[in-house]
Design a protein around this ligand. Structure first.
Ligand code: AMP
Ligand code: GLY
Length: 423
């Protein structure tokens, strides 16, 4: 098969790394990719928001399957676009159609879905500029902290958690009347704060059947002890020790099954992965959010734990034969630590030469924000590299990643020194 991966992060490198191990693969293309993917496939300089350019690429390289990494093309309907084009409609797409991608594209859509299917989640109400006063009144009925969510996509920045009622009211007004997050905050979901510990659940579905991939925990804040600004994710661990059998059984019965059934009942066409952001509150699972794609950096610990063939999995999804696929999981623990550019998630510099990659033997290096520059590899983003290691437990895997990191340098390199320490 000829495969096209859309995206350029650590997630896409991890998917590419696994796909090249498949006997089903002929040619692998990544658009736009990074320095890591260029070594195992062919990077294509392509704007992934330009669906016509994607179509040309599919035709030129005789692509059989498109794997969509990030959410934007899905929310904007890349799957539908391919289905609606005579010359490429035979091409398989891993990722839901637009109608179903609203599970990530609209917080209100998600909350309505959750309530309609009786899936546990925080109580909420949504507001627009026209009923701002009602929004203030709803805030007054809640206890601090206050959770405000821009309804639409806001590059992961659209959620505010505020301790003070007055501040919450001010921010609500900023979002609704001053477009704090652009059009994404023309509608705002206000919800009850859930106090617990979060974990990420990935369910692959062909629309009828499902397979649960390994659970993972990601570390979202920039500083040790989960302090400081939110990032795309500074590290991840799989499996998750605090998610025991009894808890995971509740997740499957109360959340996964009703989610997959809900997709069918609501006629939401879904061939891809449902990323369920969960929170454990007093041993009970609640849904914080859905995403319609793999998580990053969770993918960098989940993919290495999948032993069975990933292209076979993607094919089974496309052909609605997921029930016939045997998912095989590596029992070992995997840990990844993100190396980021100094200053990230705020302003940072690019084009710093990365040294020492060839000296790392005991970890897998997944590239994120990197590019090749003549004979050098240089930084090209905030999150630069994900250093993944296996171990018999979190401690062993973490130790290996931190030992590997000692061998890598670039100017102003930063990382968290406590990934996995809480587990
Ligand atoms: P979301 O984009 O909906 O995942 O929200 C981003 C982050 O905000 C989540 O990963 C949680 O850490 C936090 N969060 C969102 N909703 C809630 C909630 N109802 N209670 C507590 N924390 C929340
Ligand atoms: N790691 C969280 C995300 O991919 O959204």
């Amino acid at each position: 098969m000829n495969i096209l991966i859309l995206g350029s992060g650590g997630r896409e490198h991890a998917i590419a790394y696994k796909i090249v191990q498949s006997n089903l693969l002929n040619n692998l293309f990544i658009a736009p990719g990074n320095a890591g993917t260029s070594k195992i496939g062919k990077n294509l300089n392509l704007n992934i928001s330009d669906f016509n350019a994607i179509k040309q690429t599919i035709l030129e390289h005789k692509i059989d399957l498109v794997f969509v990494g990030p959410e934007d093309p899905l929310v904007n309907g890349i799957h539908d676009f391919i289905l609606q084009n005579q010359d490429i409609k035979h091409v398989k797409v891993f990722g839901p159609q637009k109608k179903a991608a609203q599970l990530e594209g609209s917080k209100e859509f998600t909350k309505e879905f959750l309530f309609r299917h009786h899936i546990p989640t925080a109580k909420y109400q949504s507001f627009t500029a026209d009923n701002l006063e009602k929004g203030y009144q709803f805030l007054e009925t809640l206890d601090a902290p206050y959770v405000l969510k821009a309804d639409g996509l806001a590059a992961g920045k659209g959620v505010l958690i505020l301790n003070d009622l007055q501040e919450a009211k001010t921010e609500l007004k900023e979002m609704l009347t001053n477009q704090k997050f652009g059009e994404a905050s023309n509608k705002v979901v206000i919800e009850e704060f859930l106090d617990g510990i979060e974990l990420s659940c990935f369910v692959v579905t062909d629309g009828k059947n499902y397979k649960i991939l390994p659970y993972a925990k990601d570390y979202k804040r920039i500083n040790e002890g989960d302090k400081g600004l939110n990032t795309g994710g500074m590290g991840a661990v799989s499996p998750v020790s605090f998610a025991d059998k009894i808890f995971l059984n509740k997740v499957e019965e109360r959340i996964i099954k009703p989610t997959i059934n809900g997709l069918q009942k609501d006629s939401l066409p879904y061939k891809g992965v449902v990323f369920i952001g969960l929170i454990k509150v007093n041993n009970e699972p609640f849904v914080i959010e859905y995403n319609v794609r793999f998580g990053d950096p969770e993918t960098e610990v989940i993919i290495p734990r999948i032993k069975s063939d990933l292209l076979e999995l993607f094919n089974a999804v496309a052909e609605e034969k997921l029930d016939q696929y045997h998912l095989e999981i590596d029992e070992r623990t995997a840990v990844t630590v993100m190396l980021v550019s100094g200053g990230y998630p705020e302003k940072y510099e690019k084009n710093k030469e990365i040294l020492g990659l060839e000296n790392v033997k005991d970890s897998i290096i997944f590239h994120a924000g990197t590019k090749s520059d003549t004979n050098k590899t240089v930084t090209n983003g905030g999150r630069v590299l994900a250093i993944t290691s296996y171990g018999n437990d979190v401690k062993e895997a973490t130790k290996k990643s931190y030992e590997s990191i000692e061998k890598i340098t670039f100017d102003k390199m930063n990382y968290r020194t406590d990934i996995g320490f809480d587990l």
